[in-house]
Design a protein around this ligand. Structure first.
Ligand code: SAM
Length: 248
């Protein structure tokens, strides 16, 4: 009793709900969900029916206090989002904070997360990365955000929607340069799963040339800016190759 379970749900393929997630969802007194209709469908696919509480960005502050009262009364709760891991570009951090501040525990039931799934097949350095989530919707805000990231040496991970993928890619090309390496991971775990890796310039062309590449949900992974050490290593290799050539 008195625990909030933060439960990851699938990002497409229903079989990705873990057995433990199902067990926890079956056992709690109520489930806090972003979109209760969507969650009702997910639960019914697993033969579950539970009281649902709507928790979204606009009511999270006020709901958090009420949910903490339920924990105090001995209830066990779960938090889910529409897809993947709650709190990752999804509501929940305020609730989790209130729960812990009130002395109750927040326990993770890990599972799918689009950013991590994409990173796991990108083949771009993944030892250090920055999760940037969604870029601002307006072009000016987006360009400003990207300009601030142009010199970032860590791999960058972005979420993008179908109606902005082309526009965003064009901004990436303009600000990061056409030759920067990137990967578009689309519709992961779903029927039309596609992972395209190329330079930003070539990816923009492919997305422009094929309507299908603009459909669905996307994670964009962009290689970080080659840092100074890298740049001098490359320059050293170039000079060495020229020297070898010269001495032949
Ligand atoms: N909490 C979720 C997670 O753990 O990944 C992310 C929620 S965010 C509101 C939704 C965004 O995640 C989409 O616009 C897309 O960028 C990305 N996304 C979700 N499912 C995806 C999938 N199956 N393939 C690629 N990207 C996905």
């Amino acid at each position: 009793a008195g625990t909030l379970y933060v439960v990851a749900t699938p990002i497409g393929n229903l079989a990705d709900l873990t057995p433990r997630a199902r067990e926890v969802l079956a056992a709690v007194d109520a489930i806090c969900a972003e979109d209760t209709r969507h969650t009702r469908q997910l639960l019914s696919a697993f033969g579950l029916d539970k009281p649902l509480v709507a928790l979204h960005e606009h009511n999270e502050g006020e709901m958090a206090a009420r949910l903490v009262e339920r924990l105090r009364a001995g209830d066990t709760l779960a938090l889910v989002s529409d897809a993947g891991t709650p709190l990752v570009s999804d509501p929940g951090y305020r609730l989790v904070r209130e729960v812990r501040a009130a002395g109750f525990s927040a326990s993770p039931i890990p599972g799918a997360c689009a950013a991590i799934a994409a990173l796991s097949v990108a083949g771009i350095p993944s030892d250090r990365f920055c999760f940037e989530g969604f870029l601002p919707a307006k072009a000016s805000g987006r360009r400003e955000r990207l300009s601030g990231l142009a010199k970032e040496t860590r791999t960058l991970v972005f979420y993008e929607s179908a109606h902005r993928i082309e526009e965003s890619l064009a901004d990436f090309v303009a600000i990061f340069g056409a030759t920067r390496e990137a990967v578009i991971a689309r519709e992961l775990t779903k029927l039309f799963e596609t992972v395209l890796g190329d330079t930003l310039g070539a990816l923009l062309e492919r997305v422009r040339a094929d309507d299908n590449q603009r459909k669905g949900e996307f994670v964009l992974i962009v290689r970080g800016c080659a840092d100074d050490a890298d740049a001098s290593l490359i320059e050293g290799q170039r000079l060495y190759a020229r020297l070898v050539e010269y001495l032949k």
